[in-house]
Design a protein around this ligand. Sequence first.
Ligand code: PLP
Length: 316
Amino acid sequence: MENAQKTVIFTNTAIETFNLNEQRVFVKRDDLLHPAFSGNKARKFAYFLNHDFPNVKRLVGYGSAVANSLYSLSALAKMKGWQLDYYVDHISAQVLASSQGNYAEAIANGARVIDLSKQTDRQARSCHAYIEQVVLVDDPQAMFVPEGGRCLYAREGIHQLGKEIQDWFEASERATLTVFLPSGTGTTALFLNEYFLLHCSAIKVMTCACVADESYLSQQFSMLIEDSAFHPMIVKTTKKYHFGKLYFDFYKIWQKMADQGMQFELLYDPKGLMCAELYLADNPDTDLLYIHQGGLLGNATMLPRYQRKYPSESVQ
Ligand SMILES: *Cc1c(COP(=O)(O)O)cnc(C)c1O
């Protein structure tokens, strides 16, 4: 069954033109999908918005206390009238004290964030194991969403994104298109590539690994779709970057886009933009569409960290 919220969330987001290293790239503005979600998470959680779950009272998730998905799950729970219980390994004092960003906004939405390092019955279990063995037991009214929304439910909303890109591509009468987006769990890139393989093979998807290395990303793809023919291509940087750390190269490329009036987020997009730039340098005649997956709320904490670390660099 579908409800009215579908039309609220899924407007066909705009595609705009920007320059990346003197080359024209298209940007799909999924950051503008809905103010209460990171663009990417709105796609991944669309299934939950588009369907009714009369028996569900509680949403259960886990991950980092600063994750975009914490905030997005809190927004989803609020819209559906559910309680969100979100489990974390620990919360830093800095995050607890902050009045802005994903954690603070999730708490404002009514989320309960449970610090497992303070649970006496944890017994060295992982978040996932604790949730399965303790939290979900005897609660048929709970719905569990794995970390970062890595699950088959995500397919529905991501295929809708694929359809929007396909419609634009066909109307533009281009011969081919490369869609680029940075990956965390890789769920978005994978289901998008699957959609194009099934429905529009002139479009291919490329991605890069932001949270761990490339072989880990491939493993994550395999957990959702075993057949590697469906896996997107992964572009690598020569230098290794650690997730959540600050790099001058990241700040510079972020700023180049900000100077054009395009604000990206600071965890995934800098590496994504660098890899897109690398790919374009080797393949200059490519029509490239970069997906802006939102996440700007996290800039409230990330941007001040960059400004403190590189004070001589002027931003906006
Ligand atoms: C969650 C998120 C990602 C990663 O998405 P995956 O589907 O896990 O690869 C990328 N960018 C932004 C802004 C996100 O919020």
